[in-house]
Design a protein around this ligand. Structure first.
Ligand code: PAF
Length: 283
């Protein structure tokens, strides 16, 4: 495994593999088993001839909350070890100064999918994600990139970005990896208090119950209200949003025969957790 800290080092490491399959897994570090699963899927996709690139970059531009950025866990040594164990070929670990020019003045905004769910709550977040992922795509020029469905909206927006900007990269969505008790793995989980960590799997339980109710025909408003009530009853929990939307355009469900998505964001103390479940009517 080789590590690049500058853009020139990255280009030099990738020059010999141009023309082969190059699979990129962008991350912000603090790698956990969910990331490891993405990296292993990348290795499988790339095969023995291809190249797996992981980026580890805590992207300041996508944080709408300075406190969240300041407390985001960073574990560079352990991240390198995880990458090594998962068969990564090249790790790109730039600093913000290397990644961004001080006087940068280009923004990249998706204007439909990012107006709802987390986009409505975190102004500028998805513009920051699009900007950094676009830069990574230009630097790495991968054939494929893998993102987790844990951030379903991010995945949908990045698919839209490659479609609308004709970026010749295949985007793969990977299933959510969960702890044994159902909590979706997230780098932020380590910041939960023991009480909130014990309560957090309740998100998965309430989503499963809601999916069953929706499948049996419960009204959209009743499904979301049930999730809000259950989560709000947990001490110290503040629901940010609970929305049942069309799984493709992420806006309000207008045709209940289409696949839907139930998405949740809730603060457990000051830690914001997200989760989601894909739904269908079984009528
Ligand atoms: O999902 C993440 O970890 C980040 O949003 C990403 C895609 C690495 C961009 O910084």
């Amino acid at each position: 495994m080789q590590t690049a800290c500058t853009k020139d080092e990255l280009r030099a490491l990738l020059a010999p593999v141009r023309g082969r399959k190059i699979v990129l897994v962008p991350t912000m570090g603090a790698l956990h088993e969910g990331h490891a699963s993405l990296l292993r899927q990348a290795r499988e996709l790339a095969g023995t001839e291809g190249c797996v690139v992981a980026s580890v970059f805590l992207n300041p531009v996508q944080f709408d909350n300075a406190g969240d950025l300041a407390t985001y866990p960073q574990t560079p040594e352990a991240d390198l070890q995880t990458c090594r164990e998962c068969g990564v070929d090249v790790v790109f670990m730039p600093t913000p100064d290397i990644m961004y020019c001080g006087d940068r003045s280009i923004t990249l905004e998706e204007t439909h999918l990012s107006t709802v769910l987390c986009g409505a709550k975190r102004p500028g977040h998805f513009a920051g994600v699009c900007l950094v992922v676009n830069k990574l795509f230009n630097l790495v020029q991968p054939t494929d990139a893998i993102f987790g469905k844990n951030d379903y909206q991010q995945l949908a927006i990045l698919r839209r970005m490659v479609r609308d900007l004709d970026i010749p990269i295949t985007i793969h969505g990977a299933e959510i990896v969960r702890d044994t008790d159902g909590l979706a793995l997230s780098s932020r989980n380590v910041r939960l208090t023991p009480e909130h960590r014990a309560a957090a799997p309740g998100i998965r339980r309430v989503l499963l119950a809601a999916a069953e109710a929706y499948g049996k025909g419960a009204a959209v408003a009743d499904v979301t209200a049930g999730v809000v009530d259950t989560l709000s009853a947990i001490p110290g929990v503040k629901v940010d949003y609970v929305e049942l939307v069309d799984a493709e355009n992420l806006h309000a469900v207008t045709d209940e025969t289409r696949p839907a998505l139930l998405a949740v964001a809730a603060f457990f103390g000051d830690v914001r957790l997200i989760d989601n479940i894909e739904l269908t009517r079984n009528l």
